[in-house]
Design a protein around this ligand. Sequence first.
Ligand code: C2G
Length: 153
Amino acid sequence: MSRPVITYGTFDMFHIGHLNLLRRIASLGDRLIVAVSTDEFNAGKGKRTLIPFEQRAEIVRSIRFVDEVIPETNWEQKIDDVKRYAVSTFAIGDDWKGHFDFLTPHCKVVYLPRTEGVSTTELKRSLNRFSSVSREDVLHAFDVLEQLRKDFG
Ligand code: C2G
């Protein structure tokens, strides 16, 4: 008896938190389907993605334990997806705890702990901090270091 599992997400700037989650979800069944949010749907979620849908979908599709990738285009598609793919388990990170309990008549609903310390938002912040150091700042820092070396040897 096949036991497909399904999950949904943006998977922008793919990171270890996403991978940990998909790996744990894959272990709940024998076939993993991942619905990747389209850029348009993300705009509706108020999320501006850095990486376009096709690339986010291709990265997820390339993961050894992901069997199929479908687009997530709206909030209402989950019940149809669960029926269409004869899903046994819907799973997602526990930041969504309770949000998808309406699926329980159709399949098992599992909320899994997120990976702490990493998020796309944090990655974007780090990138901004990193890229905000101007070339002049770097050159000035070298001048200061050179002066300190001269003064203190
Ligand atoms: N995640 C995680 N640990 C992190 C970051 C994310 O386990 N450090 C999980 C989230 O809980 C989610 C999945 O990775 O289950 C994808 O996260 P996002 O790309 O942020 O997805 P989201 O925008 O929450 O979209 O219909 C459901 C939505 O499409 C979910």
